[in-house]
Design a protein around this ligand. Structure first.
Ligand SMILES: Nc1ncnc2c1ncn2[C@@H]1O[C@H](COP(=O)(O)OP(=O)(O)OP(=O)(O)O)[C@@H](O)[C@H]1O
Length: 459
């Protein structure tokens, strides 16, 4: 990357221009980013974004996709916060709602001490200048008919800079700062590789001297070598200009390299957040451990975490009751009076929630294989042949028979009544684990549930 614009040629002439071009004003070239928890740049409180599900000619609302369902977090000045979660957890919707690219359903967004929730007109434009988005696929970010220079200059024009030669000087400067050449301004997007196009996206975000960049999976469309170049560029820019970054990713490994803190999202909610090293060293929420399990390189002490009970992610239009992760949670809390081992409980719970998804493994799906017998069902789900509790044994047996006969609904009802869990009945309130907020019944002092999988793992 080239040197920064210390001594940049930009000298503002109007208020709008001053806002747009004073690239050196917040630079912190030597220092590392300062996290100012007491005076965050961005505060997000109770943010919700629901999409109506409509039916019929009159488009009557019959439900809502709860894409973001009441999330809270702060980003300090110069801080990078990672927002992680599987596909569909609501990360992009959260980002767009924060930037007011989509109207939030509820909640408050405070930026640099001012609420932006109700901003409009020039005030909204000013906020958008200070908070920029870099999207995942740089191919989608550019009009193929516009030169790179015009694309990068667009935000300057939008924010009131009319002097063409000044715009050109700024564009050339910012292109050099992202490792390209000033002459690249005259070329077209298709002349650049994916990594270069992402640099141009970053240049366009930088041109208005933002305080916050929301980077939505900025490297996941790029090949591995280019990914690390683009990450290094973002890290340099952040350090040199003390820019805060909301870094969205499904990849905890990338977040570890880049972020100070992380918030973990599942089905529209944040289940855990904290300093990145603490969360990775001692992940509190079972969902965080499941995510870590999918990234072997993240586990410095070779701990192995468990897999989810099922891979089926529930529909955010009909999220599970209680804790939303309960249908997949390998740490599901058993009823106090159930006389089974930890291992038996997990197997039974996996059986129950796989049946509830309605997606039977093909080996026991009568529509695929015809006749199925009870032994095949037990084998497929690794079910114990004999449980100590006779009544439990009988009822599991009848659920197995129901599955074998293709009556998944009856099997599901039987399993739900014999294998209840507090996790499906009660929404967990926020607890604290090692000073970090976490939403899981395991940490509720009233329940005194012992963690299972990570027991003895020193977490
Ligand atoms: N305009 C929309 N109308 C209805 N549902 C939507 C809309 N946009 C997103 N959703 C739904 O909201 C949920 C969250 O989507 P979102 O794209 O925010 O998740 P994500 O975590 O960013 O996923 P990905 O990593 O795949 O981008 C998904 O179930 C998605 O289908």
């Amino acid at each position: 990357m080239t040197e920064t614009n210390a001594g940049s040629p930009h000298a503002a002439t109007s208020e709008a221009e001053s806002d747009a071009v004073d690239h050196s004003s917040s630079a912190n070239i030597e220092g590392s980013p300062v996290v100012a928890d007491s005076d965050p740049l961005l505060e997000v409180r109770g943010l919700e974004k629901h999409y109506p599900i409509t039916r019929g000619f009159l488009r009557r609302e019959v439900g809502r996709v709860r894409a973001v369902d009441g999330i809270d977090f702060d980003i300090g000045r110069g801080e990078a916060l990672g927002l992680v979660g599987e596909s569909g957890s609501g990360k992009t919707t959260a980002a767009h709602s924060i930037l007011r690219l989509e109207e939030p359903t509820a909640g408050e967004i405070v930026f640099d001490g001012e609420s932006v929730t109700d901003l409009s007109g020039p005030n909204l434009r000013s906020f958008r200048r200070r908070a920029q988005l870099v999207v995942q696929d740089p191919n989608e970010a550019f009009n193929p008919r516009l030169t790179v220079g015009s694309a990068v200059a667009e935000p300057l024009s939008l924010h009131g800079m009319s002097d063409e030669s000044r715009r050109r000087a700024i564009v050339e400067d910012v292109l050099e700062r992202v490792g390209l050449s000033g002459d690249d301004a005259d070329r077209y997007p298709h002349e650049f590789s994916g990594g270069e196009k992402q640099r141009i996206s970053i240049a366009r975000a930088l041109v208005c001297n933002p305080d916050l960049i929301v980077a939505d999976e900025p490297t996941s469309a790029l090949d591995a070598r280019v990914q690390s170049d683009v990450l290094a560029l973002l890290a340099d820019i952040r350090r040199e200009h003390d820019i805060s970054i909301l870094f969205i990713s499904h990849d905890l490994d990338v977040v570890r390299l880049f972020c100070d803190r992380v918030a973990v999202m599942y089905l529209g909610e944040i289940v855990e957040q904290g300093p990145i090293e603490d969360v990775l060293e001692s992940p509190a929420h079972p969902y965080t451990r499941v995510l870590m399990n999918s990234v072997p390189s993240l586990d410095p002490s070779d701990r192995t975490f468990e897999s989810p009970l099922t891979d089926t992610i529930p529909d955010p239009g009909d999220p599970p009751s209680g804790c939303r992760f309960h249908t997949r949670c390998p740490e599901l809390i058993p009823p106090a009076d159930l006389a089974v081992s930890d291992e038996e409980w997990q197997t039974l719970a996996a059986f129950r929630f796989t049946i509830e998804t309605g997606e039977l493994p093909s080996a026991v799906d009568p529509t695929t294989v015809g006749d199925v017998d009870a032994a095949t069902v037990r084998e497929e789900f690794d079910l114990p042949t004999e449980l100590a509790d006779q009544e439990l044994n009988r009822r599991i047996g009848s659920a197995v028979e129901a599955v074998a006969s293709g009556d998944v609904e009856t099997a599901g009802q039987e399993l739900a009544s014999v294998l209840p869990t507090v996790c499906e009945q009660v929404v967990p309130t926020q607890s604290t684990h090692r000073g970090r907020p976490v939403n899981c019944h395991r940490y509720d002092p009233d329940r005194e549930a012992e963690p299972v999988a990570w027991r003895g793992a020193g977490l």
